[in-house]
Write a protein that binds this ligand. Structure first.
Ligand code: IMP
Length: 192
């Protein structure tokens, strides 16, 4: 089984990715490889931040690494919160972040939105990026208890419930993370 580190401190992301990759790969967390610092995220795009995190860890640990930088992009807000998704209301408080998005949308605005994830994979011979997108809309208010981050206000296309109301199994069939990580898995499988 190929051992590979997923560069995240987010336990929700880790659990989702382990479920998506199943037993095809041994996915190690940052704490599994002995890293307890903060990862740099100094850029203004998901692509650059994703690359920066993977590169930083590869330089330190010289092992196969993949990172995920993800965000919510709302059409009527010109793509915000985008790269600022985690800290939109100033800190990593999900409730305040969601309230800010809800308050910025006026009744006549389109509710169209998407989650986008950019995964960067780096090992000693290759570097690749993979994108995953799930389109949907912003709910009128926060609904549902499960999931994390903005799940209570995101309704995926084709459904009438938020990610926080849908089961994790359903979310994992279609999420931005699922779509990006499946592309990574296909790439890794064809390497071996
Ligand atoms: P990152 O850790 O810098 O990639 O920030 C991503 C942020 O986007 C997270 O902290 C969440 O707030 C949000 N986010 C990413 N993926 C999801 C998801 O699947 N559901 C809800 N929020 C998400």
């Amino acid at each position: 089984m190929k051992r590979i580190c997923f560069a995240t401190n987010n336990p929700h992301k880790l659990e989702e990715v382990r479920t998506i990759l199943g037993d095809r790969f041994e996915v190690q967390s940052l704490s599994d490889i002995g890293f307890d610092g903060e990862l740099p995220e100094t850029h203004e795009t998901l692509e650059e931040n994703s690359q920066e995190k993977a590169q930083y860890l590869f330089n330190k640990f010289q092992m196969p690494i993949f990172s995920d930088d993800s965000g919510l992009e709302v059409s009527a807000l010109n793509g915000r919160p985008g790269v600022h998704t985690a800290h939109y209301a100033g800190d990593r408080n999900a409730d305040k972040n969601m309230d800010k998005v809800l308050s910025e949308l006026s009744p006549s605005d389109s509710r169209d939105a998407q989650f986008r994830a950019v995964v960067t994979y780096i090992d000693s011979s290759v570097e690749r990026q993979f994108e995953g997108i799930i389109k949907g809309s912003i709910a009128p208010e926060k609904t549902g208890e499960d999931g994390f981050g903005y799940d209570p206000i995101f309704i995926p296309e084709g459904y009438d419930q938020t990610f926080a109301e849908l089961s994790a199994d359903v979310k994992n069939t279609m999420s931005h993370r699922k779509r990006s990580v499946e592309k990574l898995a296909a790439f890794l499988n064809q390497l071996n």
